[in-house]
Write a protein that binds this ligand. Structure first.
Ligand code: MG
Length: 241
């Protein structure tokens, strides 16, 4: 694609995390697998967990809904519990929290490498003095950024923990992008947002950002444009060269 706008001309650039800065989906898949293989073995649940369970019951769902639907597929019923349940609790929430614990452990043990093109853009913007933020729905954003070794590059990190604390509506509502812009002290109408998910593109678009960049990690260019992306790239290195 030619004639991409220069992102350094914007007052700020706000980045989604999972799928934009880091390939986090693989770590989530790995964590679900580890957790459910242990659980199925301990509870003698059959058939055993397979990768297709991830796509059928877990991918794209909220954590607790995913746990409930996968257990239901094996005719296993446990109480819902509540989000504050400890990871050892045999409730839907407890089991979901157990997955989160495994995710954090995998992240610490194996680390995660940011996408090189994304890192190059982040460093170019920093060198140009452009304020940058992370806007993520994830409650693990701080851990992912630390494991990737890039936390200190960002002026603001708006994540699922802050969103829950402040009662902000999740993407595709614009609230989290708008709040991150406020925290940076910039106007959305003079700033750019970068997203790989349709809900995220819709969120930034509804927030009135001057430019919404879609990163196509498999969703497809047409779908990202339909959702409100102004330009679509498959690697953020396109903004660096
Ligand atoms: Mg994403």
């Amino acid at each position: 694609m030619t004639d991409l706008p220069d992102l350094a001309r914007f007052d700020a650039v706000l980045f989604d995390l999972d799928g934009v800065l880091t390939p986090t989906a693989e770590v989530h898949m790995h964590a679900w697998q580890t957790m459910f293989e242990d659980l199925f073995r301990a509870w003698r649940i059959t058939p055993p967990y397979t990768e297709s369970d991830y796509f059928e019951y877990l991918d794209g769902k909220k954590r607790y809904d995913g746990v409930a639907s996968l257990l239901r597929s094996r005719d296993v019923e446990v109480p819902w519990g509540e989000p504050a349940d400890p990871p050892a609790a045999d409730t839907v929430c407890g089991i979901g929290n157990r997955k989160n614990e495994v995710f954090a452990r995998v992240m610490r043990a194996e680390g995660i490498a940011p996408y090189p093109g994304s890192l190059a853009l982040v460093d170019r913007l920093r060198a140009a003095g452009v304020p940058i933020a992370v806007v993520s729905s994830s409650k693990n954003a701080e851990e992912v950024l630390a494991a990737a070794g890039i936390r200190d590059r960002f002026d603001v990190v708006m994540d699922g923990v802050i969103a829950e604390r402040d009662g902000l509506a999740s993407k595709p509502a614009p609230d989290v992008f708008l709040e991150a812009a406020r925290m940076l002290g910039v106007e959305p109408a003079r700033s750019a947002a970068v997203e790989d998910a349709l809900s995220g593109v819709r969120s930034a678009s509804a927030g009135g950002f001057a430019l919404v960049v879609g990163v196509d990690r498999g969703v497809g260019e047409a779908a990202l444009v339909d959702a409100g992306a102004d330009v679509v790239v498959d690697d953020l290195a396109a903004f660096v060269d």
